[in-house]
Design a protein around this ligand. Sequence first.
Ligand SMILES: [Zn+2]
Length: 299
Amino acid sequence: MIPHCPSGCSRRQNVRTVVRFGHFYRSSDRRKIQRFKCAHCGRYFSQASFSKKFGQNKRHLNGEIFKLLVSGVSQRRIARMLNCHLTTVSRKLSFLGQQARWINHCDRLKTSKVSEVQFDDLETFEHTKLKPLSVTLMVEKGSRQILAFEVARMPAKGLLAKKSLKKYGPRRDERPQSRDRLFRRIQSVVFENALIESDQNPSYFPLVKVFFPKARYQTCKGQRGAVTGQGELKKIGFDPLFSLNHTCAMFRANVNRLFRKTWCTTKKIQPLIDHLELYAFYHNRVLLKQSQRKKCIDL
Ligand SMILES: [Zn+2]
């Protein structure tokens, strides 16, 4: 099929202005690409001009890098394993993260509304533990599907608070705004009278009242984390927030910058968001679907 001119000539003139104009060989994936020319404006372009991967020299590595990024491998190790530059891997993280964000958004709109959700905060940091970050995460109870997450800056707590203030000055607490954004986003996905569960954080109740006034809101007391569950699964027999805590543990086990006692850390917030989007995509589309398929076979 012959495409339209990117400058919009054929649409304006209502006649076909584009003609085929030879091929070129793309070495990165060994493909022959059709080239075109617009007879009206004289512009040259090709099939590749319309691709999301336009200009990528290492497009054949996208799939491999994606799988390794969501399997707890560090960016440096990926570069070593695939024999490419570290910058390539970080660019791929950004590109794949954008793609995953869009697909996650579309998936959210396509799925039917959910009636039981759980939410809580997962803590990490940027650059140093003196600059903590909070990831508010919402999952569907039972299926463990990740519905949405938001990342926010927060001031350091406890023993580090004084040290953080001295070294980096006052740090804004962005958590209220980020939780507002999260709730606004999931309003279209969750039923008005849904069951919403969380821990006993006092700032959650007003939020649920504003966005879901008709919902049933239940809180559970926070428990001590078990080492085997990445500090997220709890040391109790029955955990009412199991779906959420298990998902947090999965994040900590598969996204290397969230590992406990790791030396892979987040330097900037945006790559962390990209990485979380990538994992959310893999979790919802691959890991959960596989476990559902297994259940069907067992039955
Ligand atoms: Zn043209």
